[in-house]
Design a protein around this ligand. Structure first.
Ligand code: NAD
Length: 353
């Protein structure tokens, strides 16, 4: 079997920590190009991994008929344009999350996927996470009874990324904690609940602790250091209430809040049992039987969800099998996130048709 030739577009953190190791580990893939707008980043990866060709502009490689697939690992403002361009050139695309900054950009990506017939998966990596899939199966098998509500908390004490940089500049990121962390939490909720159609969204976002950039006090900063001459115009706290055709959902998320400890969990509440998933970790199930309360701690091999995501992408290119991270599925949460921002801005509940 010929190896699938891949290009990495955007040679930064997520490419280095997740995509590249997973492609290198898959016997059916070969990284042919490393591409970065800062060519030295691409050159560093050619040297580090001992493979591939460094290029600065991804458009220069789209005529290569050997190139079948690309991983789009660039900042959010480029996801739609690069993905659409690559799809139209006949390439299969795995685009990092969020699909795009806005719902309308995500719709354009979906349209390009439908017209090209190529794969467009979005990096909703939790759909390939073992714990998440076990919970999904438990819910589907009725172990929780009726799943009536899901509560997600993704709140950190002080964790604003790269203050003044790409993450905190709406023009580049599309939003703050909701689009950056919240998308993963909402996606886990949606996936485990069977991707129910949303009915309405009411939300409030805040931009509080990072607003006075020079006064922001913190212990450490990922994607830093701060650029005090930069922009901070995104949400650092979001609270939302969502009605769906399945469970209702509440989200509480903060990059920064004056709280003692970070809280990163999702509670799946059924009338027979409940589950608390520690985000990125394991879960416990709570129920009652024969007059006693039960607490169940599962044991399983967690595996590597990024490897599973890349393997599934390569597999879908060969077989045409639609993955759970296909744009057609993920577009629902893009619509909900847009409604969260719209609800806050317009100070009203958003009702879906
Ligand atoms: N799935 C996850 O859990 C996860 C985790 C982290 C980041 N991400 C997503 O991955 C994306 C990248 O994040 P990151 O932390 O790796 O950022 P990063 O800044 O470390 O890397 C981005 C790279 O893209 C390059 N770049 C920018 N514009 C480009 C263009 N037009 N063409 C080619 N290269 C370009 C930059 O020079 C940089 O090297 C973001 O969308 C982010 O939301 C996802």
């Amino acid at each position: 079997m010929n190896k699938t030739k891949v290009a990495i577009i955007g040679c930064g953190t997520i490419a280095e920590t997740a995509h590249i190791p997973a492609y290198l580990n898959n016997p059916n893939a070969e990284i042919k190009y490393f591409c970065d707008a800062k060519k030295e980043n691409a050159e560093r990866f050619v040297k580090k991994y001992g493979c591939g060709i460094a290029v600065q502009d991804y458009r220069d490689i789209l005529d290569d008929p050997e190139l079948e697939a690309v991983s789009v690992c660039t900042p959010n403002n480029t996801h739609a344009s690069i993905s659409i361009h690559c799809l139209r050139a006949g390439k299969n695309v795995l685009c990092e999350k969020p699909a795009a900054r806005t719902y309308s950009e995500a719709i354009q990506m979906q349209k390009a996927q439908h017209e090209s017939g190529k794969v467009l998966n979005i990096g909703m990596v939790n759909r390939f996470n073992k714990a998440v899939n076990i919970i999904k199966d438990l819910i589907e098998n009725g172990e929780l009874g009726e799943l009536y509500h899901v509560y997600a908390s993704f709140r950190a004490h002080r964790s604003i990324p790269g203050l003044g940089g790409a993450f905190t500049t709406k023009e580049i990121s599309g939003g703050g904690v909701m689009i950056d962390w919240g998308i993963h939490f909402l996606d886990v909720v949606m996936y485990c609940s069977g991707d129910p159609a949303p009915k309405s969204v009411s939300a409030q976002t805040y931009s509080k602790l990072g607003r006075n950039m020079k006064d922001y006090t913190y212990m450490n900063m990922w994607a830093g250091p701060p650029k005090l001459e930069g922009v901070y115009d995104v949400d650092d706290f979001v609270t939302a209430m969502i009605r769906t055709e399945g469970p209702s959902i509440t989200l509480n998320g903060a990059w920064a809040q004056n709280i003692g400890e970070d809280e990163m969990f999702i509670d799946f509440l059924g009338d027979k049992a409940g589950i608390r998933l520690q985000y990125g970790g394991s879960f416990k199930m709570y129920s009652a039987k024969n007059g006693v309360l039960l607490e169940t701690t599962p044991k399983f091999n967690p595996g590597d969800h990024f490897q599973n995501e890349i393997d599934a992408f390569l597999n879908s290119i060969r077989t045409g099998e639609k993955q759970p991270s296909h744009i057609d599925t993920v577009i629902i949460s893009a619509k909900m996130i847009q409604a969260i921002y719209d609800s806050s801005e317009q100070q009203k509940e958003i009702i879906f048709d």
